[in-house]
Design a protein around this ligand. Structure first.
Ligand code: ADP
Ligand code: MG
Ligand code: ZN
Length: 478
């Protein structure tokens, strides 16, 4: 029996406001425990929340960027549950009247484009953090994160593979970062994802029973967890078993999912409208003013990169995945370098050296990368030497011209100088020279390699090839 995978994602994006959603406390990460708190976010009795206008603005930005409906009237609700790090005993969230509904994003997997629906997005507050110290028989609570604004983004169950889920996740991540409303740092928990996944026999209309996977803090984890869970559910169903609706924790160390708790239903939370907060009423004028400030978004930029710079779809997709990377690319191109060459160097040399670090940490500026490519174009250095220069640039941040001068790496394009070495080598290796003359073309590589070794890679390779040919065959083959 063949199964189809069905995936829907719930993303929690921490909004990049300076203060919390219902009080003036700072949202800064990493402060000493409980220093960014006040009676409101500590959940003291008798206090009243005041909604942070920036949170609403950021939610609207995301709604506009995903072609969603902005609900002109929306409302906060209390979601009741007890956690030691949620002092009020309820989370202030939105329920039946969320701020955003019916959005969509485009994803691309293996060259095919698909639309993934966004059911809803709502504003809510984050909980605090429990700190467990293995050496002590106690747990601590840190309320610094309590009241940090979140945007929960709930997708339709529209994804059909872990690849599509990852592509969707990356697209949402990119849009949030382009909009500058979430820093997207998965390690620090500013961008978290729960994945709902079920299988159904191919051809069946109804969805199967789903499980919810939590605790995935990297794109790679999400992909691995979903792949594992597909295998687990599949084996279970093939054995005649039933999937139990439950919440599972992904353990990246063992590479398995582990049961966490039975899945609660919405009615378990006893949602009700928050009596402390008036309904949020939005006017069109404000929404239009926000729309006017939207930047060029990843998909639009990708399409423009293809049209304007003639890049392949694949290159354009990677380069526009991060706003800073796309900016870097365009700056290098505007400094005079060839777009496809810039793209190649970014996607191979630069990304390899960055090892996943952000482009902002790179010591080579976009202008310097362009200068390096122009040195190759002018014939000052060979492509091979350029890689050496690139390494030094990456480590030191020095200009390529300075490195080329200091290390004496200028390419030798002097016919006489190269011809001298060509003749020496042909004399030193008479047997290979004869075989080459008799048509063993492979030996050309041997001779050019020897020459490069002797000239420390600085000979103009095209010229070296040409001169060997000339020395062996005379002018008849030119
Ligand atoms: P809850 O509030 O319990 O988390 P929701 O109904 O809001 O549940 O759905 C949460 C997520 O689960 C959504 O992203 C939705 O697309 C997804 N989902 C719902 N049913 C299924 C299913 N059978 N298989 C996979 N995903 C599903
Ligand atoms: Mg949920
Ligand atoms: Zn506070």
């Amino acid at each position: 029996m063949e199964f189809e995978t069905v995936i829907g994602l719930e993303i929690h994006a921490q909004l990049k406001t300076a203060s919390k959603i219902f009080c003036g406390c700072s949202t800064e990460f990493g402060a000493p425990p409980n220093t960014h708190t006040c009676p409101v976010c500590q959940g003291m009795p008798g206090v009243l929340p005041v909604l942070n206008r920036k949170v609403v603005e950021f939610a609207i930005r995301m709604g506009l960027a995903t072609e969603a409906t902005i609900n002109r009237s929306n409302q906060f609700a209390r979601k009741n549950y007890f956690y030691p790090d949620l002092p009020k005993g309820y989370q202030t969230s939105q329920y039946d009247k969320p701020i955003i509904e019916h959005g969509q994003v485009e994803i691309e997997v293996d060259g095919a484009t698909r639309i993934i629906g966004i059911t809803r997005m709502h504003m809510e507050e984050d909980a605090g953090k429990l700190v467990h110290d293995e050496r002590e028989p106690v747990s601590y609570v840190d309320l610094n994160r309590t009241g940090t604004p979140l945007l929960e983004i709930v997708s339709e169950p529209d994804m059909r593979s872990p690849q599509e889920a990852t592509a969707y996740l990356k697209k949402i991540h990119a849009i949030l970062r382009y909009l500058d409303i979430c820093d997207g740092n998965m390690q620090e928990g500013s961008f978290r994802c729960d994945a709902n996944i079920s299988l159904r026999p191919v051809g069946q209309k109804e969805f199967g029973t789903r499980t919810e996977l939590k605790n995935m803090n990297s794109f790679r984890n999400v992909q691995a967890a979903l792949e594992y869970e597909i295998r687990r559910q599949r084996d279970l169903l093939l054995d005649g078993g039933k999937v139990v609706q439950q919440t599972l924790l992904w353990n990246p160390d063992t590479g398995r999912t582990e049961p966490m708790r039975g899945k609660e239903d919405a009615h378990d939370y006893r949602y009700f409208p928050c009596p402390d907060l008036v309904p949020v009423e939005l006017d069109d004028e404000w929404i239009e003013a926000i729309r006017a400030t939207l930047p060029e978004l990843p998909d639009a930029r990708k399409k423009r990169f293809i049209a304007e710079y003639g890049l392949p779809l694949y290159d354009a997709g990677i380069l526009t995945g991060e706003r800073e990377l796309a900016d870097y690319f365009e700056l290098a191109v505007n400094s005079g370098a060839d777009p496809k060459k810039v793209s190649n160097w970014i996607m191979t040399e630069l990304m390899r050296e960055l090892k996943g670090e952000a482009i902002g940490t790179c010591r080579i500026s976009a202008q310097q990368l362009a200068q390096l490519l122009l040195l190759i174009e002018k014939g000052t250095i060979s492509g091979k030497i350029a890689k050496t220069v690139f390494q030094i640039m990456f480590e030191t941040g020095k200009d390529p011209e300075i490195i080329v001068r200091e290390k004496n790496l200028v390419q030798v394009s002097d016919v006489g100088e190269i011809m001298t070495v060509v003749q020496q080598l042909l004399e030193q290796h008479p047997d290979q020279a004869r075989e080459l003359r008799e048509g063993k073309e492979k030996l050309m590589g041997f001779f050019v390699g020897q020459l490069m070794k002797q000239m420390k890679g600085k000979a103009n390779p095209a010229m070296a090839n040409e001169l060997f040919r000339k020395a062996i065959f005379g002018d008849e083959q030119q």
